[in-house]
Design a protein around this ligand. Structure first.
Ligand SMILES: [Zn+2]
Length: 436
């Protein structure tokens, strides 16, 4: 990529502050009950509209397309409905009125998520249940004092809960950041801090998420391989532990493993994202727009592949990275079977080596997708479809991640010639080799 451009990076950091105030739990209990009431009322008022098959023309042929769902749920949106809902809920509200508005907003967001999932065949026609104990605050219920680093949350008119983020371990990290809408939990308050940063973009790296690795490509750096094996083996270990606990009927131990696995995975991802942004500064990261559900869905993928995919938390990788760097998504269509040199789309997908029947281009299939993802992004931005990547295809950088809780990771700066620093790279655990 030539030259550079400026981009705005939106940053959000979540921190929690412990609270011990019985009023918080009381409020959450009311919030949850009211939320379920709101969901019930919205659910009763859903209109199930018929959707008719459509006739479409594709390549000169007419086709009838029958939708997956013949009846589509439409959520009530009218002002009069919302007013009545608000009035109904206000009747039994001992709290500030804005809490009812906060409940209604959460209810709609839960219902919208359910609707989306239902239409995609991922949720059943069952009314959603509000189970998680939390209360999402509205900004109108908060007063933030940035000088004293204090948030005052209105519970009832004239009654407040105060939390302060001064002299916390993260205080310096969010200096000058804005506070977003907080979430109340029984024992803590979650505070999202927001900030924007202008970033100079000088590099683009396209990532393909694979089972055991994250494979990246950039004309500047060549191939980058991030080893995910430590993460996988950690997950396999916990799968085994969980299975044993389950077979013995030890529910609390099972739960303990679930939490531990989750924490270790999150920790791994945080370190990975942090390391990648350090290793690749001023970079746009391009990913495939891949829903995990699509990969895990029964319809397309065989069972063992599904299980392996479920182990790789693509979405979490993307999410964590997007908190620290600029990320972009492109369509995953044909990325693993298009020839990056001539654009030919190959039908079959067998073997480790991709070979183009038209121009004879050959490449390890694992690396193919990342180049195609890169090209898709370049085209989107108006770069010509050239053979430019081939120049850099001969280099590869291996990046090692240490997932264990405490040990630090080694991330290597990439200012090095392919040959000269090879010995140094080896010393630091980086392997560099001819990719072709
Ligand atoms: Zn070709």
């Amino acid at each position: 990529m030539q030259g550079s451009s400026l981009k705005t990076l939106k940053l959000v950091r979540m921190y929690s502050i412990p609270v011990s105030d019985p009023r918080v739990s009381e409020l959450i209990t009311w919030y949850l009950e009211t939320l379920q009431k709101a969901i019930n009322i919205i659910w009763e008022s859903i209109e199930w509209k018929y959707r008719f098959p459509r006739v479409e023309e594709k390549k000169g042929k007419l086709r009838v397309r029958v939708p997956d769902k013949l009846k589509v749920p439409e959520l009530p949106k009218s002002k009069s409905f919302k007013k009545k809902l608000r009035d109904d809920l206000l009747r039994e509200c001992p709290y500030a009125k804005h809490w009812v508005d906060a409940v209604i907003r959460t209810a709609y967001s839960i219902m919208k998520t359910w609707r989306k999932r239902y239409l995609k065949g991922r949720a059943r026609k069952v009314k959603p249940r509000a189970k998680k104990r939390f209360a999402r605050c509205k900004i109108t219920l908060m007063k933030v004092n940035y000088e004293e680093k204090k948030i005052r949350i209105t519970v009832k008119p004239g009654e407040y809960i105060e939390v302060s983020w001064s002299s916390r371990w993260f205080t310096r990290r969010v200096e000058g950041w804005r506070v977003g809408e907080v979430v109340l939990k029984d024992d803590r308050v979650l505070i999202p801090f927001k900030s924007t940063r202008i970033m100079e973009v000088r590099n683009v790296v396209a990532w393909d998420s694979n089972e055991l690795s994250l494979d990246g490509f950039s004309p500047r750096t060549g191939f980058i391989m991030v080893d995910l094996k430590p993460l996988q083996s950690m997950k396999i270990t916990y799968e085994r532990k969980k299975r044993i606990a389950q077979s013995k009927g030890l529910k609390s131990i099972y739960e303990k493993y679930v939490t531990r696995e989750h924490n270790r995975e999150k920790d791994f991802m945080n370190k990975l994202a942090k390391g990648l942004t350090k290793l690749l500064p001023n970079t746009i990261h391009v990913f495939e727009d891949l829903g995990k559900e699509d990969l895990v869905s029964r319809r397309k993928t065989p069972k063992d592949r599904r299980k392996r995919n479920a182990r790789t938390p693509w979405k979490l990788i993307q999410k964590k990275l997007s908190e620290k760097a600029i990320t972009v998504k492109v369509s995953p269509k044909n990325t693993s079977r298009t020839c990056p040199r001539c654009g030919c789309v190959v039908k079959t997908r067998v073997g480790r080596l991709f070979k183009c029947p038209r121009c004879g281009f050959e490449l390890d299939r694992q690396k193919l997708a990342s180049i195609n993802i890169y090209l898709k992004h370049s085209k989107m931005r108006g770069f010509p479809h050239s053979d430019e990547p081939e120049k850099t295809m001969k280099e590869e950088l291996w990046v090692g991640v240490t997932p264990s809780g405490r040990s630090p990771m080694i991330w290597i700066p990439m200012k090095r010639g392919p040959e000269s620093d090879e010995a140094k790279g080896r010393e630091l655990g980086i392997k560099q080799y001819q990719a072709l």
